[in-house]
Design a protein around this ligand. Structure first.
Ligand code: ATP
Ligand code: MG
Length: 424
């Protein structure tokens, strides 16, 4: 994409009411636009990153047999009354409204109840199980606090998956498979080294739910980490965990963290509350086993920004970067250099490399500062000098490493290989 065509511009300052680093940088670099506290629009660059994250999550969910669908945002009150989760006393994040023809509706903050109700239409017998469905959906939650930028939105994108099973063993086996898939996802997002499946309570790893917490200064949670043993404990269960795991408190490092995903095993509770059954092999009507699996897609994006940004701006892992190469053309008033840079842009693009081409008529310093702020993994600089020498300056954003490559080396380096990125 030609940067001269990109309608967004970088900004020197973020809005004065924006306190979080992730939103400040994302706004300044033109990834998101702030509508109001906790509500952000995804601009073209931001949407590209979100689609990359979704792509990785989608691949791994498909790999464990998940089928993608998309549920509605408007939800029926009656469904949530069945499980006593309509009342504002039991769920404190509801946005609700009224239909013109009368009757209350809710805006989806979760989809456990609607999914179960919908699946009941299709799951009649044990032959229809197991079934696993997922979506990328915009959740609406009337969060009390919205000071963490896109890490805690009142409107945010979540991937939620739900699996239905005939037996507890089948659920447990699948639950474990998804847990492993989650670890693969976080590794591919570049967060593998710092993401822990946390100890909750009741056994080394509780049977009923797991959180995936990423060490991050901007996170709202507190973790106690044993890096050597690769164990992390939630603050709430610290004493119990220390005892159960045979750890010494002073071996644990206290860190701030962000919950980027969590998984729940509901057993048959939800089905029992909602009266959802299937016909077993023996002909009895049994309640369905349910588990749900969430990942905060926009939160993950915020966490990536928080963790990797430096004083110059954002630093994207290659796997989620909006573009792989930031081609920066200098001396653009020189026709020969300009034609050459245009040609290189065409060649790279035709080879399938994702390139943002800074073809703007702007000062060198401004182009470099913008490039650092936007955070694309590799910057390729073409100037009169580099063109004459037949070598291009290639700067790795993350390390600052500078290389001088020929056009051929450049193409070999950035040719998409089709293999999956591991960032750790
Ligand atoms: P939290 O404790 O942070 O409020 P939660 O327990 O309410 O999270 P879930 O309802 O299980 O979270 O949602 C699944 C995932 O969605 C979370 O693990 C988190 O990554 C993400 N998430 C939850 N609330 C928000 C929010 N307000 N903004 C962005 N992402 C969120
Ligand atoms: Mg919450």
């Amino acid at each position: 994409m030609r940067q001269s065509q990109l309608f967004t511009k970088t900004r020197k300052e973020a809005p004065s009411d924006e306190v979080s680093k992730n939103a400040q940088l994302l706004i300044r670099a033109g990834y998101v636009h702030k509508e109001m506290a906790g509500v952000y629009d995804l601009l073209p660059l931001g949407l590209r990153v979100i689609e990359k994250i979704k792509g990785i999550v989608r691949e791994e969910m498909n790999r464990v047999g998940g089928q993608e669908l998309l549920m509605s945002s408007l939800q029926r009150k009656e469904l949530w009354e069945q499980t006593d989760r309509w009342s504002d006393e039991t769920v404190d994040v509801w946005f609700k409204s009224e239909l013109a023809v009368g009757g209350e509706v809710g805006f989806g903050w979760s989809h456990e109840e609607p999914i179960m109700d919908m699946m009941q239409q299709y799951v009649a017998s044990y032959k229809d199980l197991p079934a696993s469905v997922y979506q990328f959906q915009t959740k609406l939650r009337n969060e009390l606090r919205a000071k963490s930028g896109i890490m805690r939105g009142r409107e945010f994108i979540m991937k939620d998956m739900y699996s239905l099973h005939a037996t507890e063993e089948d659920l447990n086996e699948y639950y474990e498979k998804v847990k492993q898939a989650y670890l693969v996802i976080f590794k591919r997002l570049g967060l593998g080294a710092d993401t822990y499946v946390t100890f909750a309570s009741g056994g080394a790893f509780t049977k009923f739910s797991h959180e995936f917490q990423t060490v991050c200064d901007a996170g709202e949670d507190v973790l106690y980490v044993h890096r050597g043993k690769n164990i992390a404990v939630n603050e709430e269960v610290l004493d119990e965990a220390v005892k159960e795991l045979g750890l010494e408190k002073d071996q644990l490092e206290k860190v701030k963290s962000a919950e980027i995903g969590n998984i729940f095993n509901f057993g048959t509770d939800k089905a029992a509350q909602m009266g959802i059954t299937f016909a077993s092999k023996e002909g009895s009507k049994d309640p369905v086993f349910l588990a749900s699996y969430g990942i905060g897609i926009t939160r993950a994006l915020g966490v990536i920004v928080e963790k990797f940004a430096d004083e110059k701006g954002i630093v994207w892992p290659e796997s989620v970067a909006p573009f792989t190469v930031h081609l920066v053309g200098l001396n653009s008033d020189d026709d020969a250099v300009r034609d050459y840079t245009d040609g290189l842009y065409t060649t790279l693009t035709e080879e399938g490399v994702e390139v943002l081409y800074d073809d703007r008529d702007a000062r060198t310093g401004e182009k470099f500062a913008d490039s650092d702020l936007i955070g694309i993994p590799y910057r390729v600089v073409v100037s009169k000098k580099t063109q004459e020498e037949g070598r291009f300056e290639v700067v790795t954003r993350k390390t600052g490493e500078v290389r001088f490559l020929t056009e051929e080396e450049l193409l070999n380096d950035f040719m998409p290989t089709g293999t999956e990125e591991d960032n750790d």
